[in-house]
Design a protein around this ligand. Structure first.
Ligand SMILES: Cc1cc2nc3c(=O)[nH]c(=O)nc-3n(C[C@H](O)[C@H](O)[C@H](O)COP(=O)(O)O)c2cc1C
Length: 367
């Protein structure tokens, strides 16, 4: 590392979160919870990352209690006694090791194909029945569908608090249900949930309000969002800072505490004329804390990884400079923590020769 990383190992307190450092495990789907129930192996998997020095775990996406939220019977649910008991055990293991943890609550929307997941006969849910721009796979959600989905997120947040999690992250990124409301390419509604940028945030803002109402003023509520979509990696919802402001303001007003700004490469400037990334702009516009993410410690992004391209260990570049000048508060780390549960301690201690490259095979075991 060309720069000292000490700053990333300063504690951080926010609404009682009391994190030991700024390293956050990014949410990563594993499909290792048969019957949608996270077992003891899931608890051990997260505990290992805490023992390795990670300050905050954001769990893999875990699906809310809506009939078509899930597209995979091995992805853990966030409802029902068995799954929530499993999560309670995950929380107690993470806490026993001195870590903090939030679930990422998730609805897969039209990324789910009919036939996948727990209710295979039901059609997938999207604001306009589009799986991507111009590709209709079903009917628009009705008002009742929308209400049920919002309610499901609110109940998940209440359960997160009841089970003992330290906050909750709402998955509003990457082309899943919430993001298909954000994106004009998949939201063609003309009611209160579609139209201009502000109206397209309405569904998410209602979810944030439901989560807030279910958990009270002091429970940290994080919203993850991204410009890019799995349906289109080059998609951008906000082309200018003022469009980003139109997008973020209603969400901040609804009660988001922390924005998790999903980038593929953290060092890429979001708009011309400034070297700030999405997290930097989001913090500047909203005044709220932010999490950055994207290829920290690696030289290839995760889309390349899914195509089988390995990634080597990389210098942090300007990460610490960006952090020190206040662009973001926390640093999300994905693949580097998949291959190496001890990654954070190795970085802290300067054990750089022990860092592992990321090989595509890591996806196969996700241990
Ligand atoms: C195997 C795998 C599974 C992922 N699953 C999720 C997920 O469930 N929810 C989510 O928001 N992002 C998911 N992501 C994206 C990561 O959270 C992260 O943003 C991305 O990997 C970039 O970070 P990295 O470059 O440090 O790996 C996943 C990424 C990987 C590699």
């Amino acid at each position: 590392m060309s720069q000292s990383v000490d700053a990333l190992f300063r504690p951080w307190d926010f609404k009682g979160l009391n994190l030991a450092n700024r390293i956050v495990m990014a949410p990563m789907t594993r499909s290792k919870s048969p019957g949608q129930v996270p077992g003891p192996e899931v608890a051990a998997y997260y505990r290992r990352r805490v023992e390795g020095g990670t300050g905050l775990i954001i769990t893999e996406g875990t699906t809310v209690d809506h009939p078509v939220a899930s597209n995979d019977l091995n992805v853990p649910a966030f409802h029902g006694k068995a799954a929530l008991d499993g999560w309670a055990h995950v929380v107690s293991e993470v806490h026993a090791a001195g870590g903090k943890i939030m679930p990422q609550i998730w609805h897969t929307g039209t990324m789910r194909r009919q036939g996948e997941g727990p209710n295979p006969d039901l059609p997938s849910a999207g604001p306009s029945g589009l799986s991507k721009p111009g590709k209709k796979i079903g009917e628009p959600m009705t008002d009742a569908d929308i209400e049920a989905a919002i309610d499901a997120f609110g109940r998940a947040a209440a359960d997160a608090k009841r089970v003992g999690f330290d906050g909750v992250e709402i998955h509003g990124a990457h082309g899943y249900l919430i993001d298909t409301f954000f994106w004009d390419g998949t939201n063609a509604r003309t009611d209160a949930f579609g139209g201009d940028m502000v109206k397209r945030t309405r569904f998410a803002a209602d979810i944030v309000r439901a989560c807030r109402a279910a958990t009270g003023p002091d429970f940290p509520v994080v919203l993850r969002f991204s410009q890019w979509k799995q349906q289109d990696f080059s998609a951008r919802m906000a082309l200018t800072p003022s469009e980003l402001e139109a997008f973020l303001t209603p969400l901040a007003d609804a009660g988001v505490d922390i924005f998790h700004c999903s980038n593929r490469r953290f060092w890429e400037p979001e708009f011309e004329g400034s070297d700030m990334n999405l997290a930097g702009w989001t913090k500047k516009i909203t005044g709220k804390p932010t999490i950055t993410v994207g290829s920290v410690g690696l030289n290839e992004d995760f889309i390349a990884a899914f195509k089988g391209v390995p990634a080597g260990v990389a210098d942090f570049g300007n990460l610490v400079t960006m952090f020190e000048r206040g662009d973001f508060d926390l640093v999300g780390v994905g693949r580097a923590l998949l291959v190496d549960p001890e990654w954070a301690n190795k970085i802290r201690d300067g054990r750089l020769s022990e860092l592992k490259p990321y090989a595509a095979e890591a996806l196969a075991f996700l241990s």
